[in-house]
Write a protein that binds this ligand. Structure first.
Ligand code: UDP
Ligand code: MG
Length: 337
């Protein structure tokens, strides 16, 4: 960019997906506002209520009523973190967009640091965790393994220990909006877009309130989405594995042959050959089917080309500040079949 970047001319959007965050949402907005107040730019806060079953929507609407900078996107039901974040990104109007969790695990105080990186020339400034407070050793270990595995199996240069907490400029946000795939792994998609991407280290905080919404089942499916969205390595691994097993089967067959020459009565006739064949090829085929199934399942999800999320309404304070009004939903690009 040739013209110097200046925050003072910018609108900065903060996008925060929230699912059952009634206990911490007001505090999140308070701390975010405090952090944004130190910046010269205008701002808006887009709260996405992802089908919460608690009072999150009520609190979000009250926050919007109290502050014209707050907008609330209310999804029809729970669509999941990545879909909710996408809904927020679609609505955000800023020249700069910050994606952040609403549970205060991502400190809003880091936003000015991210914005400073943008002024220095970054297109994306992503928060990289130096530590994670208040998480179980098992979560830490699996998160570590996950990032290593991801880096080892994908070609896209996805940084380790990075969540979705990041600031991106309009060009990156627009590129991201063009990607309407169903199985979303936003941090990977942002690195795929490219541009100047700069890490900003921080210490991850414990949740302000409530519990994680990523139980094991969701974490496994998230990890599978991450790897299969960016890589066909699992398919290739199966090919390698199949080759290895075939070589082993040949060696085993030779061994059986030699043992039979030395001691013809060592095996029940026909038994070793049958077992070898059944075990090895059974294993290879099952594995191959499983991996192919993973990809076919994702293709099936994609060819349906359903919307990533559905919006019940978008709300903000009315001009006179007397209540919240619903604003027309912005046109959202959806994949054409
Ligand atoms: N979230 C969401 N929809 C979901 C699950 C989570 O919008 O179905 C939000 C949640 O409110 C939080 C963020 O996504 O702001 C991250 O979720 P969580 O804190 O549960 O994940 P963790 O930090 O444990 O990985
Ligand atoms: Mg969290």
């Amino acid at each position: 960019m040739s013209t110097p970047r200046s925050l003072s001319r910018c609108l900065l959007s903060v996008v925060a997906p929230a699912f059952n965050e009634e206990a911490g949402l007001a505090e999140f907005v308070r701390r975010t506002k405090a952090a944004l107040a130190t910046l010269p730019c205008r701002h808006e806060i887009v709260l996405v209520n992802d089908g919460s079953r608690d009072g999150t929507l009520r609190i979000a609407l009250a926050l919007a009523q109290a502050d014209p900078a707050v907008r609330v996107v209310n999804l029809l039901r729970n669509f999941g973190h990545q879909a909710a974040a996408t809904a927020g990104l679609d609505v955000a109007a800023g020249d700069l967009v910050v994606l952040i969790d609403a549970d205060l695990q991502d400190p809003p105080e880091l936003i000015p640091v991210l914005a400073a990186e943008w002024e220095k020339g970054a297109d994306v400034a992503y928060a990289q965790r130096r530590s994670r407070a208040g998480e179980s050793p098992l979560k830490l270990l699996t998160a570590r393994l996950f990032y290593r595995l991801l880096r080892a199996t994908t070609h896209s240069d996805i940084p380790a220990d990075t969540g979705d907490f990041r600031l991106m400029d309009r060009r990156i946000a627009d590129s991201l909006r063009l990607m309407r795939e169903r199985h979303r792994f936003i941090r990977g998609m942002v690195s795929w877009v490219g541009g100047v991407q700069v890490p900003v280290p921080y210490d991850r905080q414990p949740r302000f309130a409530g519990a994680t919404h990523y139980p094991w089942r969701k974490m496994v499916s998230f990890a599978l989405d991450a790897i299969t969205s960016f890589s066909v390595v699992p398919l290739r691994l199966v090919t390698y594995l199949a080759l290895v097993i075939i070589v082993l089967a040949v060696l085993a067959t030779l061994t059986v042959f030699i043992v039979k020459l030395v001691n013809p009565d060592y095996f029940i006739p026909g038994f070793p050959a049958m077992m070898l064949t059944i075990i090895f090829f059974g294993g290879v085929q099952l594995l191959a089917l499983g991996v192919i199934g993973e990809y076919i399942g994702r293709m099936y999800e994609s060819v349906k080309a359903r919307p990533i999320y559905l919006v019940e309404g978008i709300y903000r304070a009315d001009a006179a500040g007397r209540g919240v009004v619903s604003i027309p939903t912005a046109p959202v690009p959806e994949a054409k079949p």
